[in-house]
Every structure is written in C-alpha cells, then in structure tokens.
Ligand binder design. Structure first.
Ligand SMILES: *[C@@H]1O[C@H](CO)[C@@H](O)[C@H](O)[C@H]1NC(C)=O
Ligand SMILES: *[C@@H]1O[C@H](CO)[C@@H](O)[C@H](O)[C@H]1NC(C)=O
Ligand SMILES: *[C@@H]1O[C@H](CO)[C@@H](O)[C@H](O)[C@H]1NC(C)=O
Length: 400
C-alpha cells in the first residue's frame, strides 16, 4: 500500500513537471535591431503567431511608441494588432493594420472593429494615433505607431491576427487553432520594468502555471492523500502513532503550499480586472477559510477520552471531507479557466481516479480486518464481544 501511495506522490510530481515545461521561448526580442537604430525600452514575445511587441511608454504625456512584429507571413497577407479598451478578444479592438496595397506598397492604417463581419476598413480609433507606418521584409511585417493611451490606464486587453489578401479584399483569418487564441493583455507601464514584472501575456501565463501547480499538488493531491493515510492506516495496530504524524505532515504541508497557491490566485485576480472566474475565486476563498479553521481546530482538540471529543471528531471529519471535495472541484474549475490545457486535466483526472480506486480497495480491506478482528475478539472474550467493532472506532481516538 505504501508503494501505491509513493506512486501517487511520484505522479503528482510528474504533473508538476508537466506544468513547468510549458513556458514560452523568449528569443528574438532583445536581440532584434530595427532600421534607423530605433530603440524600444521593452519587448515581449506574444505567445502565438510568431509575433513580438516592442514599446517605450512615456508617463509624462501618456503615450506609447511601439513596434509590432508579425513573422511567418508573406506580403500577400495582412496583419493586425490592437487594444480592446472595454472588452476582450476581437469585437471592439482598436486595430493597427498592415498590408501591401493595390499599388504594391506596404500600407498601414487604423481600423476599429465593430463586429465579426468586419472588412478591416480604415477608420479613426477611440484614441489618438499620431503616427503609423509599416514595413515588410524577410517574411515579417513591422508596424510602427505612436498611441495616445486612454487616460488613467496603462493595462489593456490586446489581440493580434493575420489573414490573406485577395485582390482588394482582406479575407477572414483562419478560424481555428492559434488564430482563435491570439489575445491577452498588456501593461505598458509595468512591462517597462524589465519585461516580466508586469502583466505581460507571457509573465501572466507563467504565474498562472505556478498557481496551478501549487494548488493542484497541495489542495488537489496532498490533502486527499493525507485523509487516506488517516482513514486507512490507523486500522493497522503497528501503524498506530505513525498514521497520525503522516496525516499531520501531509495536511500541514498541503496547507502551507496551498496558502501560497491561494495567494498567487488572489494576485492573478487583482491583476486582471477584466477577467473574472467568480466560481473558482469563491470556492478558493471558502477553501482557505475552512482549511485555516481545520488547522486551528487541531490546536483546540480535546483529549481522546474527553466527553466533547466525539463532537470534535464529527466536526473534524465534516470539514475535512468538505475541504477535499471542494478542492477537487476547484482544481477542475481552474483547468477550465486555463482553457486548452487538456494534458494537465487528464493527468490530474488520472491521479484522482487512482486515489479513489485506492480508497475503495482500502475501505473494503478495512472492513475485512475489522470484521475479522471482531470475530476473533468475541471468540477470545465472549462477554465483551459487542465491543469488537469499536476496537476500530476507539483506535481512531487513541493516539490523536
Ligand atoms: C530569430 O530570428 C531569426 C531571423 O529573424 C530567425 O531566422 C530565427 O529562426 C529566429 N529564432 C527563433 C528561435 O525564433
Ligand atoms: C511624449 O514624451 C516623450 C518624452 O517624454 C517624447 O519623446 C515624445 O515625442 C512625446 N510624444 C508625443 C506624441 O508628444
Ligand atoms: C498604398 O500605400 C501607400 C503607403 O501607405 C500610399 O501612399 C498609397 O496611396 C496607397 N495606394 C492605394 C491605392 O491605396
């Protein structure tokens, strides 16, 4: 049985490495040199569609000078990048567009998107764009622009895209894969502090991964595992003090790591006011409260023979099972919020099914032992026979 539990522990660390290997490459950002020796203070690779955003933010006049690079395209493609001031994704995005026009020149213009059927026709944006130009070379468009940002904000949702130009018309972009996921957010002020201190798409993605690992391993795996130790190890007389310490060790480390994970979640939430995962957040806050209650309850635990101990046990089990059920639900809520991380969801589902199967086996085994013990007790000691089944029940209280 300990081998099974070790396997579980190992697989939870496999889950951890799955999380940590899926970060983005940062190449070709700082190394890139623009024509005319133009320089930008910050650069972030956008996570999809071979794109990069370079910029300098000027707090005094609240403007941004930027260069948007979109590679892996030909000059019969169009590219576009924009900020969505009030929404996210495509509709509402205030776009900068570049293409090769009918006179064969690379042309850049602004285009606000009001609906899915947009032809990306030229129009003024909701904020001022004093400068826009573009160039094309080596399969890469670069749009240079100066934006006068809407007042009072430096953090926005952004979206970027590419598609074919046929004749005079811009064709719709591909409606599957990366082209449907090329949106995120950008903070022009924070990004300046070295490129990953802010809410750039990549650093936020990384922080989401850290948040996912900490919580899936602590609340999602260690907590239920500690309960398995407590419930099933104590039936073995030889494991009598050991189960208690294993249980406390598992639950305490799960709580400590879990609180760290909870903190990263709150930070993620406060850094992305436009993105709300209300259920996930509320369950997370409830879990933190119940988990903390459980830790304090441990300190207030009455002695095993105290008359209130039975009530304490009922309370402890009720809160414990609630925490575990909510934790598992919330880990799945988290995977849904991450969107498209199917491998993590599969890995975690596997771990939970394995834990569940182990618990069912151990439950059956426990009953087998208890019934056997009851029989042999009643043979040895007929007058106390009715207490036999309580040997298991009392055992739970002896050391804790
Ligand atoms: C970096 O850029 C160069 C030229 O722009 C390109 O050939 C190379 O594949 C890029 N490397 C990566 C890792 O993106
Ligand atoms: C904004 O201020 C910066 C210097 O702080 C200056 O270089 C830039 O030209 C200004 N931009 C506009 C559009 O006034
Ligand atoms: C093509 O783009 C260039 C550069 O922006 C512009 O000067 C020219 O007027 C455009 N031609 C047409 C036909 O739109």
């Amino acid at each position: 049985m300990t081998r099974l539990l070790t396997t579980l522990l190992v697989s939870s660390f496999l889950l951890l490495s799955l999380f940590s290997t899926s970060s983005y490459a940062q190449q070709n950002c700082s190394g890139f040199s623009f024509r005319n020796n133009q320089n930008f203070a910050t650069c972030n690779p956008l996570p999809l569609l071979n794109s990069f955003l370079h910029w300098s933010y000027h707090p005094d006049n609240h403007t941004v000078d930027l260069a948007y690079r979109h590679g892996g395209v030909s000059n019969s493609d169009w590219v576009a990048w924009g900020l969505n001031i009030d929404g996210s994704r495509m509709v509402g995005t205030q776009c900068l567009v570049a293409l090769r026009n009918s006179s064969g020149q690379i042309h850049a213009y602004t285009s606000p998107i009001s609906g899915y059927e947009t032809q990306l026709t030229q129009g003024a944006l909701s904020f001022n764009v004093p400068r826009i130009e573009a160039e094309f070379s080596n399969g890469e468009y670069i749009i240079f622009a100066t934006l006068v940002l809407p007042s009072g904000r430096t953090s926005f949702n952004q979206a970027w895209q590419n598609g074919r130009v046929s004749g005079q018309t811009l064709q719709r972009h591909v409606t599957s894969g990366d082209n449907m996921r090329s949106f995120g957010s950008v903070d022009f002020a924070n990004g300046q502090l070295g490129g990953d201190g802010g809410s750039s798409v990549t650093s936020r993605q990384r922080r989401r991964h850290v948040h996912g690992v900490l919580n899936a391993v602590s609340w999602g795996v260690l907590m239920p595992m500690g309960a398995v130790f407590a419930r099933y190890l104590k039936v073995f007389k030889a494991a009598n003090p050991a189960w208690f310490y294993l249980h406390v060790a598992c639950q305490t480390s799960a709580y400590i790591v879990g609180v760290a994970g909870w903190g990263t979640g709150l930070k993620l939430g406060s850094d992305s006011p436009g993105i709300k995962f209300t259920t996930h957040r509320n369950i997370g806050i409830t879990l933190f409260c119940l988990g903390t209650l459980q830790v304090f309850a441990l300190l207030l635990r009455p002695k095993p023979d105290h008359k209130y101990r039975l009530y304490w046990n009922i309370y402890h089990h009720a809160i414990g099972y609630t925490v575990i059920s909510l934790s598992i639900v919330n880990v799945f809520e988290g995977f849904d919020a991450l969107n498209g991380q199917k491998n993590w969801k599969r890995a975690y589902t596997g771990i939970i099914i394995a834990l569940g199967a182990i618990a069912v086996l151990l439950e059956a085994f426990t009953w087998f032992i208890v019934i056997k013990r009851k029989k042999s007790d009643s043979n040895k000691n007929p007058q106390n026979g009715t207490n036999g089944v309580n040997a298991y029940g009392n055992g739970t209280h002896q050391q804790a």
